[in-house]
Design a protein around this ligand. Sequence first.
Ligand SMILES: [Fe+2]
Length: 248
Amino acid sequence: MVGERSELDIGATEMGTAKFLGFGLRAQTVDDLERLARHEGVAVEDLQEPGGGKVVRLADPDGYRLEIVAAQTKTEAAVLRPDPLRNTVASRSRLRSSVRLEPSPSHVHRIGHAVLKVSDFRLSEKWYKERFGFITSDEVEAAKDAPIGAFMRCDRGDKPADHHTLFLAELPGAPGLAHAAFEVANLDDLMLGHPYLQTRQRKAVWGVGRQIMGSQILTTGKTRLAMSSNIGPTAISSRAPMRHKKCR
Ligand SMILES: [Fe+2]
């Protein structure tokens, strides 16, 4: 599966029993991959997927497969869908023009984040931070001083990063993927996708609404593996301090 951003894979389905197999991260350089491979005592392999490049394959503390890739040949980014002018109480920028939208699925631009249910939050947090430099944006506590998970972002220095790319949490039920989120073109696109999924018996389990932590607007649909569509997550640089949030 590809998004509109490029022709590189953002998702893959394999034949067999429905279950989560793993996910991928992109390293900045092949040097980064080689350093990681040396640390883990594994090989850097050629990636036999669209875009080619190199890959290091690991398993995390819960046995989830990780593919860390670099040096893929990037394809041209798609022309972005325009964000239609929107009239509000403060301004009337759309004049004498109507908005007529045809029913359609949302148009995925890129994968936004993944939420993994882990068996030991602190163990997984340490494992991911040591290897990939994730930074905690918000830590979630079941009670005071009882952390159960964290929204974590990529360290891009002064460049803003999404509020979370990975959310690790000790949640009820068996370990696995709680959901994957895909960033779609704009608010209209999100709002079209929501009823479209419902006409295909994909029950919404959350939204449309705004997420408290990352502030993105989203809808979450229940499939064998839950998927959510979202737009506009908060952008944060590496210097922003960690916050604590208690579960309700
Ligand atoms: Fe999410």
